[in-house]
Design a protein around this ligand. Structure first.
Ligand code: KE4
Length: 431
């Protein structure tokens, strides 16, 4: 594979953009090498500036569930731009997408559109604090909710319950109100709640974690959290930026049958254009301005072009439930294929998979939380990533990320992915 043009563009980009990228994970720091500069994508394929062609297995971190450049989405966007790009005023399209979301997502009775997942989660926490009059909230180690200050918190020393900033620029004052618990450990969560009785506004969780690699909730874990939050008057927020409209039409909350008080959304909801949203019970959402006292605003919120893309995407998913059977079976077929290869070569690495989300961890440990995820050999992942790239398969450039499949992936692609996987595994183990 020739990456000359990407190399040249990366050097050019670094002159004007911090690290040459507009989001850190794109810089390939965790896999090494030069980030690919992408020229175009269509269906199951993505093409870099050197005209290398790849089967795409992360789909813009999730949004492209129907594959890239789906004709229906492209048509909707093209027809929308004829009427101008933005008004900063209400439009009928915002009603259409809100109605779809309320219809599709079990927990949402009322929804506010924003422009990213970060905006959605930031706003949801502020709203939960305003609604309850409490300051503290719980997040889980290994879960990522965007770059809002109160989420960039690492587990503090000692009892681990006190957060400390994990990025310069985040103040101690902010960190003190973020409590951290390990994922999939209900006893630790119960202890944290008991130690902060009556002070906790909200608990936010990725119902299936994707940001430490794909990690599933243990049996009944989500229901236990639901029951605890109900008992303690804590606003339960499911961050479904990744899982929303992917694990089911109604996201993880539909798949697991556990209904939060609020849900945050992103990615698929915009079909690739910048859209986020937060919603939930009317009783809570009516605390948001202008109807309530909690302020939140956005010039481009509900942007008509982005709404056209999102309406088309959600309408298609709402009317084609067969999408979910297809991508779930795809996930099972690919994962059983790569697992067969690993067992054949006596390499029992861990694979976590649910529906069209999965991660191959270069560890033999069961991966159920951040600590166990970190036993994965990231160097091996980096070598594997580049071997797969050489064979025309494009993975997320980091071990602690989930893969996201699309309906554009067909049987012929599955065969290629598994063949590339076997050759890559043999290459990195010198077998
Ligand atoms: P954005 O602000 O990036 O739209 O969404 C933040 C966010 C919130 N919640 C969850 C569960 C998320 O996964 C994300 C963003 N996901 C990452 C992928 N790990 C986006 C990729 C990136 O940071 O460039």
């Amino acid at each position: 594979m020739n990456y000359e043009k990407s190399k040249k563009l990366f050097n050019e980009a670094k002159k004007y953009i911090p690290g040459g990228v507009n989001s850190p994970v794109r810089a390939f720091n965790s896999v090494g090498g030069t980030p690919l500069f992408i020229k175009k994508a269509k269906g199951a394929y993505i093409y870099d500036e050197d005209d290398n062609k790849y089967i795409e297995l992360y789909n813009s971190w999730g949004p492209m569930i129907l594959g890239h450049n789906h004709p229906l989405i492209a048509k909707a966007v093209k027809s929308s731009i004829k009427d101008s790009l933005s008004f900063g005023a209400p439009t009928r399209k915002e009603i259409q997408i809100a109605e779809l979301i309320v219809d599709m997502v079990p927990s949402i009775e009322s929804v506010r559109m924003v422009n990213s997942g970060t905006e959605a989660t930031m706003s949801a926490i502020r709203l939960a604090r305003g609604f309850t009059g409490k300051d503290k909230f719980i997040k889980f180690e290994g879960c990522y909710h965007g770059h809002g200050d109160s989420f960039l918190i690492a587990a503090g020393s000692g009892a681990m319950t006190l957060g400390v900033p994990n990025s310069p620029g985040v103040t101690e004052g902010t960190a003190k109100d973020t409590l951290l618990a390990p994922y999939n450990n209900f006893a630790a969560l119960q202890q944290l709640v008991d130690e902060n009785k009556g002070e906790i506004a909200a608990l936010i969780i990725e119902p299936v974690a994707g940001n430490m690699g794909c990690v599933l909730p243990r049996l009944n874990y989500l229901q236990q959290i639901r029951d605890l939050c109900t008992k303690e008057g804590i606003v339960l927020i499911f961050d479904e930026v990744m899982t929303g409209f992917r694990l089911a039409k109604g996201g993880a909350q539909e798949r697991f049958g556990v209904i939060p008080d609020m849900t945050t959304l992103g990615k698929i909801i915009g079909a690739g254009l910048p859209v986020g949203a937060y919603g939930g019970k009317k009783e809570i959402m009516n605390f948001v301005s202008p109807v309530g006292p909690v302020y939140q605003a956005g010039t481009l919120s509900g942007n008509p072009v982005a709404m056209s893309a999102g309406i088309t995407m959600l309408t298609y998913l709402n009317e084609h439930p067969e999408v979910y059977q297809y991508i779930d079976n795809l996930g099972i077929e690919i994962v059983s294929g790569i697992r067969r290869v690993l067992l054949k070569h006596k390499l029992p690495y861990t694979i976590n998979q649910i529906g069209s989300m999965y991660s191959l961890f270069f560890t033999e440990e069961e991966v159920t939380d951040l600590e166990s995820a970190k036993t994965a050999d990231t160097k091996m992942f980096g070598l594997y990533f580049h071997e797969m790239l050489k064979r025309g398969v494009y993975l997320p450039p980091a071990q602690f990320e989930s893969l996201f499949l699309s309906t554009a992936i067909q049987e012929k692609h599955v065969r290629k992915i598994i063949k590339a996987h076997e050759e890559s595994i043999l290459a990195i183990h010198n077998l």
